[in-house]
Design a protein around this ligand. Structure first.
Ligand SMILES: Cc1cc2nc3c(=O)[nH]c(=O)nc-3n(C[C@H](O)[C@H](O)[C@H](O)COP(=O)(O)OP(=O)(O)OC[C@H]3O[C@@H](n4cnc5c(N)ncnc54)[C@H](O)[C@@H]3O)c2cc1C
Length: 401
């Protein structure tokens, strides 16, 4: 059976794993990236990931460093304004609207929105340009055995890989994390998210809109026009049974319900893709490393999709890890490097997980008096300019090391 040596074995080729492979490959490290599920790179193919990712400003710099941004830029929709709408009154109408404008903090937009299936297409194209990256879709991590000097990973096809370091990017149920017995703390909300694309007659003008009523936020994020008609990606969070009902509705009824939920802000909404359903949890690993191993992205932390924190936090993990590896390549996978990574990321991630948890619980509220208090709170926070700016900067994420 084949036995190979590498600097880094990346377990998982989701968006985080593919980005890690491109980033470490571009920096000159030898990388093997494995994933049992080959990436689906077409919008209309069965099983395509129809979510979109709003990459915030710091993420763009990192994607640039990984040689990916130039491939993504032509497809990206800028996010200039984040609009928060409270529709928590007796009837589903906007009663408070607050705009956070990127112009308040600089010349750049807050971020850029891109479909996940397209990210996979462009990221795998980038990996194909890197001779030191060996991407093996269709092959997974089967067994992990670590010693102080190296990790030995057996792949699902029997290949044995000796690596200086494993990057576990294999999702919320991370098999690598399980193999290393790293505990997680999980919070369940009884919520799910519907993710899909729509068209609408009123242009979005690069505004990302979050409508709060109850059950969770209803978020519209700009996409490029579709056949000349304005288009947005929607994430609609509700209690699980309500999501099951909505997902099964005939299309015309679904269009009517989502138009009501959106308060008609962009005119009548028309479904323009399949509806996909995602379970919502918060989760945090107790440690972000094990022997010769680092946990990144959803293997380390999961948050509800609010404020575009999930993958942006993951790129924060990768940025810190790559900086450490480039500063001292001979220390890759050594305890001192793993501890530095954990120290730089764990408290920042914990604070973000707690912050998004709070926002989610606030948006879920059913009781009218509490919904009124939520609207007052938003109004108060927004009215103080320095607080508003700080909120924007916190939302975008610290640049870290
Ligand atoms: C509805 C929704 C909207 C979102 N919107 C945003 C947003 O706008 N901005 C943002 O920053 N974040 C957003 N997020 C979060 C973001 O989508 C996730 O953080 C991201 O997709 C998770 O990526 P990942 O690569 O960590 O995990 P995954 O995508 O789950 O990838 C894990 C990979 O590991 C593979 N794997 C499993 N087992 C093995 C094995 N044995 N060996 C090797 N590989 C294995 C799987 O096949 C999979 O491909 C959103 C999330 C949801 C649910």
């Amino acid at each position: 059976m084949e036995r190979i040596k590498t600097d880094i074995l990346i377990s998982g080729g989701g968006v985080a794993g593919l980005t890690a492979a491109a980033a470490f490959g571009t920096a000159g490290f030898n990388v093997i990236c494995v994933d049992p599920a080959p990436p689906i790179t077409e919008r209309d193919a069965a099983g395509a990931d129809l979510r979109t990712t709003a990459f915030l400003q710091p993420a763009r710099d990192f994607l640039d460093r990984a040689g990916i941004w130039n491939k993504l830029a032509p497809h990206a929709s800028p996010l200039q304004i984040m609009r928060i709408v409270d529709a928590g009154g007796e009837t589903p109408e906007p009663r408070l609207t607050k705009d956070f404008n990127a112009a308040d903090i600089g010349d750049l937009p807050f971020g850029w929105n891109l479909p996940n299936w397209l990210l996979r297409r462009e990221m795998t194209a980038r990996l194909a340009e890197l001779p030191n990256v060996d991407f093996r879709p269709g092959t997974g991590t089967a067994r992990v055995f670590t010693r102080s000097r190296q990790a030995l990973v057996t792949l699902s096809d029997g290949t044995k890989v000796e690596a200086k370091m494993i990057i576990a990017a294999d999702g919320r149920g991370s098999p690598v994390r399980e193999a290393l017995d790293i505990p997680v703390k999980t919070t369940r909300y009884g919520q799910k998210a519907l993710a899909f694309a729509v068209t609408h007659p009123i242009p979005h003008e690069n505004v990302s809109t979050e409508v709060h009523r109850s059950g969770g936020p209803f978020t519209l994020v700009p996409l490029p026009d579709r056949d000349g008609v304005p288009s947005s990606a929607i994430v609609w969070m509700e209690d699980g049974p309500e999501v099951a009902r909505l997902a099964a509705l005939p299309e015309a009824d679904f269009n009517a319900e989502m138009t009501t939920r959106s308060c008609g802000l962009y005119g009548p909404l028309t479904l323009a893709s399949q509806r996909t359903v995602w379970p919502i949890i918060s989760q945090m690993a107790e440690r972000m490393y094990g022997e010769r191993t680092t946990l990144v992205a959803e293997a380390a932390h999961v948050v509800p999709p609010i404020g575009a924190q999930g993958l942006n936090m993951s790129l924060g993990d990768l940025r810190v890890l790559l900086n450490l590896a480039v500063e001292a390549p001979h220390l890759i996978g050594e305890v001192s490097m793993l501890e530095s990574y954990h120290k730089a990321r764990h408290s920042e991630v914990r604070a973000r997980v707690a912050g998004v948890d709070l926002l989610n619980r606030t948006s879920q509220i059913e009781a009218q008096p509490l919904r009124d208090a939520r609207a007052m709170g938003l109004n108060a926070l927004y009215s103080v300019a320095p607080v508003r700016k700080t909120m924007i900067q916190l939302g975008l994420g610290a640049r870290g090391r």
